[in-house]
Write a protein that binds this ligand. Structure first.
Ligand code: DGT
Ligand code: CA
Ligand code: CA
Length: 567
C-alpha cells in the first residue's frame, strides 16, 4: 500500500498530540509538529523516493531520528513510537485534544474523569458533569460541549491539498478524472468523485475496488461504486459511456445548486439534462463534451470554479463572465519568510527558488519582534536583512527581492515596529497573530486602526482562520474591505492550503468594492511556492481576474503602486 506524505504528516501530528498528553518535553513535541508541517507541505513523494532506493532529501529540522521514523512510516504506515503511545491512551482521546479551547491539561482532567472520547464528552455534558471538573466552570464547559457536539455532527472534510495527494494517484489508477468539489477547487472536499468514460465499466470498477489503499468497499455496482481509503477519505466512482462523458463530467462536477439551475434552463427549452446527456424526447442532442451541455441551453462554457449558482448563469447569459486569473498571470510573490525568523532557507535560496518557480520578484517578509516564538526581527536585525537584500539584488539576475516585513498588528491596532523603519521598506505586510478572541467591535477597530497607518501596503491573512483548526476571528469584513479601499491597502489571499484566507466570498467582496487582492505563498522554504496554485484556485472561485490581483503586475508597475498608494 502506498504511504503518502499526508499519512506521514498525520502520524507525526498524532505523535505530537500524544506526547503532549503525556506532558513530555515541549521541544520534542515541537519537533514532531514541525516535521508534520514540513513533510505535509512537500511535493516530492517521500515513500516513493525511498522505495526507489534513493536517499531521504535533507529536510529542515529533520535529523537522523525523525528521518528514521520517516523510513519506518513510509515502509509500514506506522512506527513503533506511535504504536507505543497509542497503547498508553484510549483511542478517541486525540479527538478531544483537537477541540478548540481544549489543551492537554483539560484532556488529562477529562481522562481522569473517564471521559475519553467525543461521545463520552457529550454524555458527561448532558449529565451536567463537566462544570464540576477541575479547570472547567460553567462557561468553559458549555463552550467545550458545543464544540464536541459540532464535531460529532460534522462529517469530516479534507483540505484540498490533502485530498489532492489521494485523488490524483487514484484517478490515474482507474484511468479517470476527478470531478466534484475537488475540480471546483473548494478549500475542503467531502469526498473524491472520480469519473471514467468507458464502454467496459467492469475494468475500471475492478481497478477501483481493488486499489491497494481501499479499506472498505461501501458500494460495488456495475457503473457506480464507493470505497473508503485507509486515510479515512471516501471516494465515489462513476463509469459512463463515451458519448455521455461531457454530460457526466458536468453533472459530477456540480455544484448541485448549479446543476439544478442549468437543468431548469433546459426544461424551459423543452430539454431534459442528466448525467447521460441532453435530451429532446428520446433523442440525445448533446453530451459528449461539457461545452455542448452549456451550448444546448444557449450559454458559453462556465469554468468549474464558478459553478456555485452564485450569479454565474446570469453573467454567462449577459456575456459578462470574468476572464479568470491563471497561475501564469502571477509575476511575483509578496509574502515569504527566511531562516532569519521561522523559515527554513536563506534569502538567497528563496530568491533562486522563486526564480525557478517562474516569478520575477519576491518580497521577503519575515516576522516582527512580537512573535518571539518565531524569533521576530527587531529594528537592528531588520536593517541588517535590508542591507543583505540590497547586496543580493546587486548580484542576482532574473529575480528581484523586495525588502519587506510581516509586521504584527498589536491589540490596540498599532504596529510592532516604528514607522521610521517601516518607511524604509519596499513593502509592509501587516497581520494579526494573537488576540484572536477580541470582541467583533474591538477586533474590527484594531484592524481598521492598522490600515490607517500609511506605511501598510497589504493586510495578510485577514481573518486568521486555519481550516479545520481555528475559526476566523470575529471581524466585520465589509468594514475592513471598505477601509482598505479608502486607504489604498491590498488584502492578501494567503495561498497556504491550511489558510486560503481571504475565502472566496471575501475575494468577491474585495473585487466588488474595488480593492486589490495580493496572492501570497507565505513560503517558509524553497518548495513553498507550489501552494500558489491553491491561492489561484480560490481567487478564481472569488471571480478574480488578472487586473484584480496586485502581484500580476510587472515589477515596475508594482513599484509605482507601492510608492504611490495614497501618499
Ligand atoms: P463535497 O463532496 O461535499 O465536497 O461536495 P461535492 O460537490 O463534490 O458533492 P458530492 O460529492 O455529494 O456530489 C458530487 C456532484 O454530484 C455534486 O457536486 C453535484 C452532483 N450531485 C450529487 N447529488 C446530486 C443531486 O441530487 N442532484 C444533482 N443535480 N446533482 C447532484
Ligand atoms: Ca465530492
Ligand atoms: Ca461524492
Amino acid at each position: 500500500m502506498a504511504v503518502h506524505n499526508a499519512d506521514i504528516a498525520a502520524a507525526f501530528e498524532e505523535i505530537a498530540d500524544l506526547l503532549e498528553l503525556g506532558d513530555e518535553n515541549p521541544f520534542r513535541i515541537r519537533a514532531y509538529r514541525n516535521a508534520a508541517r514540513v513533510v505535509g507541505g512537500l511535493s516530492l513523494d517521500l515513500a516513493a523516493t525511498l522505495a526507489a532506493g534513493k536517499d531521504l532529501p535533507k529536510l529542515p529540522g529533520i535529523g537522523e531520528d525523525l528521518g528514521g521514523k520517516i523510513h519506518e512510516i513510509a515502509a509500514t504506515g506506522t512506527c513503533k513510537l506511535l504504536e507505543k503511545l497509542r497503547g498508553r491512551f484510549p483511542a478517541g482521546i486525540t479527538d478531544l485534544l483537537r477541540l478548540p479551547g481544549v489543551g492537554p491539561k483539560r484532556v488529562r482532567a477529562l481522562h481522569e474523569a473517564k471521559i475519553d472520547s467525543l461521545e463520552d464528552l457529550r454524555r458527561a455534558a448532558r449529565a451536567g458533569k463537566l462544570p464540576k471538573l477541575p479547570g472547567f466552570g460553567e462557561k468553559t464547559a458549555q463552550r467545550i460541549s458545543d464544540a464536541a457536539q459540532a464535531q460529532l455532527g460534522a462529517t469530516r472534510r479534507f483540505k484540498l491539498a490533502v485530498a489532492a495527494q489521494y485523488a490524483g494517484p487514484l484517478a490515474k489508477h482507474v484511468g479517470g478524472v476527478v470531478a466534484g468539489s475537488y475540480r471546483r477547487m473548494r478549500d475542503t472536499v467531502g469526498d473524491i468523485d472520480i469519473l471514467v468514460a468507458s464502454d467496459e465499466p467492469e475494468k475500471p470498477t475492478e481497478r477501483f475496488v481493488g486499489y491497494p489503499e481501499v479499506r472498505a468497499v461501501l458500494a460495488h455496482g456495475a457503473t457506480r461504486s464507493s470505497v473508503r481509503l485507509a486515510s479515512g477519505i471516501q471516494a465515489d466512482l462513476r463509469v459512463v459511456p463515451k458519448e455521455s462523458y461531457g454530460a457526466a463530467l458536468h453533472y459530477f462536477t456540480g455544484s448541485k445548486a448549479h446543476n439544478i439551475a442549468v437543468r431548469k434552463l433546459g426544461i424551459a427549452r423543452g430539454l431534459k439534462i442528466n448525467e447521460y446527456g441532453v435530451w429532446r424526447g428520446a433523442k440525445r442532442i448533446a453530451g459528449e463534451a461539457e461545452q455542448s451541455v452549456y451550448a444546448a441551453v444557449g450559454l458559453p462554457y462556465i469554468e468549474p470554479e464558478l459553478r456555485e449558482n452564485q450569479g454565474e448563469l446570469e453573467a454567462a447569459r449577459a456575456g459578462k463572465l470574468p476572464q479568470l486569473l491563471t497561475l501564469a498571470d502571477l509575476r511575483g510573490d509578496l509574502h515569504a519568510h527566511t531562516k532569519a525568523t521561522d523559515g527554513h532557507a536563506s534569502a538567497r535560496e528563496m530568491a533562486l527558488a522563486a526564480k525557478a518557480a517562474g516569478l520575477q520578484y519576491l518580497a521577503i517578509t519575515d516576522h516582527s519582534r512580537r512573535l518571539a516564538m518565531a524569533r521576530g526581527l527587531d529594528v537592528r536585525r531588520l536593517e541588517k536583512q535590508m542591507a543583505e537584500i540590497d547586496d543580493l539584488n546587486g548580484e542576482l539576475s532574473g529575480i528581484t527581492l523586495l525588502k519587506g516585513i510581516e509586521v504584527d498588528i498589536l491589540e490596540d491596532g498599532s504596529l510592532d515596529l516604528p514607522d521610521s523603519v517601516l518607511k524604509k521598506l519596499d513593502v509592509v505586510v501587516a497581520a494579526v497573530h494573537g488576540g484572536f478572541k477580541l470582541s467583533r467591535a474591538r477586533q474590527t477597530a484594531r484592524i481598521l486602526a492598522a490600515l490607517e497607518n500609511p506605511c501598510v501596503h497589504i493586510l495578510a491573512h485577514p481573518t486568521g482562520r486555519l481550516i479545520g483548526e481555528r475559526e476566523p476571528y470575529d471581524v466585520d469584513m465589509l468594514a475592513v474591505v471598505r477601509e482598505a479601499k479608502a486607504r489604498g491597502v491590498a488584502l492578501e489571499l494567503n495561498a497556504h492550503p491550511d489558510r486560503l484566507d481571504l475565502n472566496e466570498v471575501h475575494c468577491r467582496m474585495a473585487k466588488d468594492e474595488g480593492v486589490l487582492v495580493a496572492i501570497g505563498s507565505d513560503a517558509h522554504g524553497v518548495d513553498g511556492f507550489e501552494v500558489l496554485r491553491y491561492g489561484v484556485g480560490q481567487a478564481r472561485r472569488g471571480w478574480l481576474e488578472k487586473k484584480d490581483v496586485l502581484n500580476t503586475r510587472p515589477l515596475a508597475e508594482l513599484r509605482r503602486w507601492l510608492a504611490s498608494a495614497r501618499r
